[in-house]
Write a protein that binds this ligand. Structure first.
Ligand code: PLP
Length: 394
């Protein structure tokens, strides 16, 4: 271990591992665990997408492709941005990578180094601060609360900026809170950044999973920020393609070229077969996206009402993604079945060990008073989970 680099030692170990390892072990032992810890849709990859992958294999499309992705897929991505987000890009402004994760990692590696600060609003998706550290930068965490629906305000953003600020991360809809910034909120935040040579990394992975008639609004829509906004997205969540590993990044050509260079010397092109499947997903029949969105919305409505009726739980209404992130301060410090709930990790462990419900403690997301529950599960499983949680805190 003494041979390890400062780079890897400065990274935090995944705090979610303890719970997910335990849940896996319990399931293997045949215990009836209801798992609300998944970060992926419970739906299958659509048939026509699978078929495109099969066709790719059968036609021998199984070799290296252009490092930054095939032109056919870049065209499909450009069409998606135009159709869903009102954004215009050229092919040389797009790179396809091995999942949304790699697009983000490439960007941090290309843009930050020792001394650079990256503003990350909390609660955050677990990988943002660790990716920044891996690249040598310093994450600057800005905490938000349930009162602002877990959204950063323009004043908070202004106060977090220093001469060292290089990037601001925005993730709307958010994993883990489900918060979505509306157009006015995005405009107000961008106004703070205008003319300041600060990049916005906009992670729009859940842009098509939004509720209550909200339309996603990308900061890249704002002309004054055109050269400063980098958009990351992928097919993982919208098309239930988490295992195919296709993400994409859109931004200034010079940055895309830099990501291309990093990728060419580390992983090379993303999987050829998956690229063909992603084309089918992005420009094929989109009805399934809406059908699934409606199903997620029903589950969201159920979970919001059900969790808020549990004493000690307080939940903001998620407006996107498929997570709900109750504040559980009300049960912290209390004792249930002889177990003291000191923090959210204790709560998650208690729920799993004694009541067989797997959740993710909020610590991992920079919010120690919260619990993340995924509603990428059937209504029947959600009802069972809620009943167990209610019993656990009687
Ligand atoms: N960004 C956010 C906010 C996510 O929640 C995830 C997946 O959990 C990703 C990016 C990464 O997605 P992918 O599986 O395409 O790497």
């Amino acid at each position: 271990e003494k041979y390890l680099t400062r780079r890897v030692l400065s990274m935090q170990e995944s705090q979610t591992m303890r719970i997910s390892n335990l849940a896996g072990k319990m399931k293997a032992e045949g215990k009836d665990v209801v798992s609300l810890s998944a970060g992926e849709p419970d739906f299958p990859t659509p048939d026509h997408v699978n078929q495109a992958g099969i066709d790719a294999i059968k036609s021998g499309f199984t070799r290296y492709t252009a490092n930054s992705g095939i032109s056919e897929l870049k065209k499909a991505i450009i069409e998606k941005f135009r159709r869903d987000n009102g954004l215009e890009f050229q092919e040389n402004q797009i790179i396809v990578s091995n999942g949304g994760k790699q697009t983000l990692a490439n960007t941090f590696l290309a843009l930050c180094e020792e001394g650079d600060e990256v503003i990350v609003p909390a609660p955050f998706w677990v990988s943002f601060p660790e990716m920044v550290r891996l690249a040598g930068g310093t994450p600057v965490i800005v905490h938000t609360t349930i009162e602002s629906e877990y959204k950063i305000t323009p004043l908070q953003l202004e106060q977090a900026i220093t001469p060292k600020t290089k990037i601001v991360v925005l993730n709307s809809p958010s994993n883990p809170t489900g918060a979505v910034y509306n157009e006015a909120e995005v405009r107000a935040l961008m106004q703070v950044l205008e003319g300041r040579e600060i990049f916005v990394l906009s992670d729009e992975m859940y842009d098509m999973i939004v509720y209550g008639g909200i339309r996603p609004f990308s900061p890249a829509r704002i002309p004054a920020m055109k050269d400063w906004v980098i958009v990351s997205n992928g097919v993982s969540k919208t098309y239930a393609m988490t295992g195919w590993r296709i993400g994409y990044l859109a931004g200034p050509k010079w940055l895309i070229d830099a990501c291309d260079k990093i990728q060419s010397q580390t992983t090379s092109n993303p999987n050829a077969i998956a690229q063909k499947a992603a084309v089918a997903a992005l420009i094929g029949d989109q009805r399934i996206v809406e059908e699934r969105r409606l199903e997620f919305e029903k589950r969201r409505d159920y979970m919001y009402a059900a969790l808020n009726s549990i004493p000690g739980f307080r939940t903001a209404l998620p407006q996107g993604a498929f997570y709900i992130f109750p504040d559980i301060s009300g049960v912290l410090g209390q004792t249930f079945n002889g177990v003291v709930m000191q923090d959210s990790a204790d709560v998650a462990e208690y729920l799993l060990k004694e009541h067989f419900v797997a959740t993710v403690p909020g610590d991992a997301f920079g919010a120690p008073n919260n619990l993340r529950l995924s509603y990428a599960a059937s209504i029947a499983s959600l009802e069972e989970a809620v009943n167990r949680i209610r019993r656990a805190f009687k």
